[in-house]
Each structure stands twice: as structure tokens, then as C-alpha cells.
Write a protein that binds this ligand. Structure first.
Ligand SMILES: [Zn+2]
Length: 482
């Protein structure tokens, strides 16, 4: 059964905007719109056909990486013929974030025609690192995003506001590119607001610009948008508008309180998507509420201790980017955690695989004294009994001890802080020290995200086999499956 929102009619303005976007993409050497048309067809393919497509692309990727990229050549990947199904990826070593950070230059296509595009991650942690891509990868990301938005009735040209961090231009040519991007955004009805530049003092101006632009959709980091709403609400800003139909949240896991806040005060529906800058647009939520992976461009595994996680277990998402040639990523450990479960077909009727909702990054989990991983939502619900949402931050050391910082601006007096400490201690169990500190402000990462929970004890993730010491080391080369 094919569901879906009815798309808005093609008015003259829409046709003009689409032509402009097509021209812009062609000038940059990106075949975004033709890919988007292909993706409209392939999403309905049966699962078997999609797996066959993935296998063919996987073989091409392995052949490319083994031939052209020094890092993968040295790794002695299995021969292409050894891949009889995508599950044969299990014989390829895992790639950790630390390994990628150390070897990014060696992972590149050594003699790539054209030029590399260098970018830096805006991860949830402060550890930014460089990665490389090309126009083709950019086109895939854009086309996948167009499809994900189309599932909710949006077309190119529907007014879109972005609230996320923007790298400050470092030289004259970067300033020129930024100026050109602003001109392009104006032509195609988009507006970017740099979440790093919006301070508490700018909140009124932020909501004024929002109202003036009148977006029909907004793409934002949940923590940045939630803060704008909380502060705007406190200042009495007019926030709800009739223009906004949907908020697309990305870049972080959305807590329930953030979702409720956004939906209640903006009077708009919320949808999430999942991607990594270094990997691309990995999954989108469909109109039936399922997370569908972008099967045409990724193989997604859920691993625990080097094996597929069993149903009911926590597992880490591991991705292989099938359309990434400038810097291939094969079995990249994302650090993002889901509860593994068998998921059948979706009511929307698409053949694209489904994944369970992402619960958090591994370091968003706490580990209790008896080794249990405590999901961030459970920590939030526990502390929410005595503390205000978004008014605390906690950090767990490698040894397991926890420090809870609590905003004490007339709220959260000593009794509430002591109650929070006792609740936290009960959650963690004996043997792990809990300390509560009153603070006047919470920390933000240098990329504008607010991390409410950060554990050094769980940051290693779950995908790597336990015997491999430290997530910063690559697994030994796997045996050849033949
Ligand atoms: Zn669906």
C-alpha cells in the first residue's frame, strides 16, 4: 500500500525554483535532481531487489577502496568475489571514529579526478575532525534529503529555515562563498541561522526573523531549538505561527520533553532524521513513523561485541557508505545505539529497511555499578521528578563516578539537589560516587549542542568485540571468508 502526503500543486513559482535548483546543482557538477527522481522509484522496490542493488554497489565499493585507497589496500580486504550477500561484510574489520580521525588522508582516493571537498565534523563531542567527500556524495545526500522531506509533503521551494551551526569563513574566498550561498538561499526560499551565534540576548531578534521569513518547515538541532523556545517563552515572544507545518529535527537524539515543548509551543508536527556529516544521510522517518534506512546508499548493521545484536539487546549502528568514493567508509562504527528488534514491513509500503529509533550516542548512556547501560531517557525521567527539564548536566568518569551540575538560579534549592543525588545513586547502585554541584550556567559543545549526559565509561560503544582494547584501535585484519 502506498501512502503519503498529497504534494502541493506545481505553481509557476515552484517550477521556477526547481529550475533554479537544477541549474545550481548542474553548475556544481551534481546530478541531484536526477538522483532524486531515481530514488522516488527505488524506494518501492521489494526488499530482495534492494539487497541485490546493495550487493552490486558493495562489490564496486570494495574493489574501488582496495585499488585506489592506501589505507584499504594495506588492510587486505576480502576479494570482491567473496561477497555473496551483504552479510559477508561481517568478515571485514570495523572502522572506529578514532581510526578515521587518524587515517583520513590515507583513506582518500589517491588519484581522484577533480578535487576533494574537505569538511569538518560538528559531532556531539567536541572532537572535530576532517573528512573528505566529492560532488557525487553531496548529490546523494541532497537527493536523499529531498526524498525524506517529500514523504511529508514538501517540495523544493517550500520555505525552509535552518537552525544549525555554520562554520565561520576563514578567508576571503570562504567569505565570498558564504555571500553566494546567502544569495542562492534567498532565490530558493531558504534561510540559515547560525545556532552558534544566537545568544540569549539575540532571542527576540531570532523570533522576529523567524516570523518575517514565515517558513513552512524548519530543520534544527533539538537542543538549540528547545533553548530558543524556552528563552522566547520566558521573554513573551510570539513563537507559534500558522506558516510552519513541520519541524525536522536532526543532529541529536530528541528527548521527549524537547519534542513536547516544540510541538506545544510551535503548534507544528515533529519528524526526525539521522545522518552523520562524515557518512551522509542515513535514515529518515516516514509518514507512518518508521525509521527507514537509505538502502540505495548505505548498508546498516546493528552490532554488539562484533556480532549482530540479538533482538532485545542494545546494539551500535555500523554503516557502510555505498556511494562514497573520495573517502570510502566501510563498516564505520557510528557510536549511535538502538535496541535491536525484528521489524517487518512498514504500513507506508516502501521496501526500504527499517531500524529501531536511535536511543542516543553510546556516551549518552550511563553505566551502573553492576554493568547495566542506563538509557538517557531513563536518566532524564528519573531526575525530572525533582529537577526542571534542561536545567542540569551530568558527567560520568571512566571509573564510573558521576558529577551532576544543577542550575541554581533561585530554583533547585539544597533539598531538591539532595533528592536528585539520592535518585541518581539509586539508579547507579553502590560503589559509584555521586556529587551534585550548583552552577549558574550549563556547558555547550563548540558546535552549539547541549549535552545533558556525557559518560566516558560508555563512549567506547558496543560494536567492537570486548577483547579489542579501546575503541581507538582497529580490529586485526579479518580472515578471508573463503
Ligand atoms: Zn514507512
Amino acid at each position: 500500500m502506498r501512502q503519503g502526503h498529497s504534494l502541493p500543486p506545481l505553481t509557476g513559482r515552484r517550477i521556477a525554483v526547481r529550475a533554479l535548483i537544477g541549474l545550481h546543482e548542474a553548475l556544481l557538477g551534481r546530478r541531484t535532481l536526477s538522483l532524486a527522481r531515481q530514488l522516488e522509484q527505488t524506494q518501492w522496490l521489494p526488499e530482495r531487489a534492494l539487497r541485490a542493488m546493495q550487493l552490486e554497489k558493495l562489490r564496486a565499493l570494495i574493489s574501488h577502496a582496495s585499488t585506489h585507497c592506501p589505507y584499504y589496500r594495506a588492510l587486505s580486504l576480502p576479494m570482491v568475489d567473496c561477497f555473496r550477500t551483504v552479510n559477508d561484510l561481517l568478515h571485514v574489520p570495523l572502522l572506529t571514529r578514532a581510526e578515521l580521525r587518524r587515517n583520513a588522508a590515507e583513506m582518500r582516493w589517491a588519484r581522484m579526478p577533480g578535487r576533494f571537498l574537505t569538511d569538518h565534523t560538528h559531532g556531539t563531542s567536541d572532537e572535530s575532525f576532517a573528512f573528505y567527500c566529492d560532488r557525487s556524495r553531496q548529490a546523494w545526500d541532497k537527493a536523499l534529503r529531498l526524498r525524506g522531506h517529500r514523504w511529508h509533503g514538501f517540495e523544493p521551494g517550500d520555505r525552509e529555515l535552518h537552525l544549525w551551526p555554520i562554520d565561520p569563513p576563514r578567508n576571503r574566498s570562504a567569505r565570498l562563498r558564504q555571500w553566494l550561498r546567502h544569495r542562492r538561499d534567498a532565490l530558493v526560499a531558504e534561510m540559515q541561522i547560525d545556532s552558534l551565534q544566537v545568544t540569549k540576548e539575540d532571542v527576540r531578534e531570532f523570533w522576529r526573523r523567524w516570523a518575517e521569513f514565515a517558513p513552512t518547515r524548519v530543520t534544527a538541532y533539538p537542543s538549540a531549538l528547545a533553548e530558543m523556545i524556552l528563552e522566547g517563552h520566558r521573554l513573551g515572544c510570539q513563537m507559534a505561527s500558522t506558516s510552519v507545518r513541520r519541524i525536522f529535527l536532526t543532529g541529536e537524539v530528541t528527548f521527549d520533553w524537547q519534542r513536547r515543548l516544540i510541538e506545544d509551543l510551535l503548534q507544528a508536527e515533529v519528524t526526525e532524521s539521522y545522518g552523520l556529516q562524515e557518512a551522509g544521510a542515513i535514515a529518515f522517518c516516514c509518514e507512518a513513523g518508521s525509521w527507514h534506512t537509505s538502502d540505495e546508499a548505505f548498508v546498516v548493521e546493528i552490532l554488539r561485541d562484533g556480532h549482530p545484536a540479538a533482538s532485545g539487546e542494545w546494539g551500535e549502528l555500523v554503516v557502510t557508505c555505498l556511494e562514497s568514493r573520495a573517502m570510502p567508509l566501510v563498516r564505520y562504527c557510528t557510536g549511535d545505539i538502538v535496541r535491536a528488534q525484528h521489524l517487518g514491513g512498514c504500513d507506508c509500503g516502501r521496501g526500504l529497511a527499517r531500524i529501531p529509533p536511535i536511543v542516543g550516542r553510546s556516551s549518552d548512556f550511563l553505566e551502573s555499578a553492576d554493568g547495566r547501560w542506563i538509557p538517557p531517557a531513563e536518566v532524564v525521567a528519573t531526575l525530572g521528578a525533582v529537577l526542571d527539564d534542561g536545567a542540569w548536566q551530568l558527567r560520568q568518569t571512566d571509573e564510573g563516578d558521576v558529577t551532576l551540575d544543577v542550575i541554581a538560579d533561585g530554583r533547585h534549592h539544597r533539598v531538591a539537589r539532595e533528592q536528585a543525588r539520592l535518585l541518581l545513586q539509586r539508579l547507579l547502585g553502590r560503589g559509584m560516587a555521586c556529587t551534585v554541584r550548583p552552577v549558574s550556567a550549563l556547558r555547550r559543545t563548540s558546535f552549539g549542542k547541549r549535552r545533558y549526559i556525557e559518560s566516558l565509561r560508555t563512549r567506547r560503544g558496543l560494536a567492537l568485540p570486548r577483547e579489542i582494547d579501546d575503541g581507538s584501535e582497529r580490529c586485526p585484519t579479518a580472515r578471508n571468508p573463503t
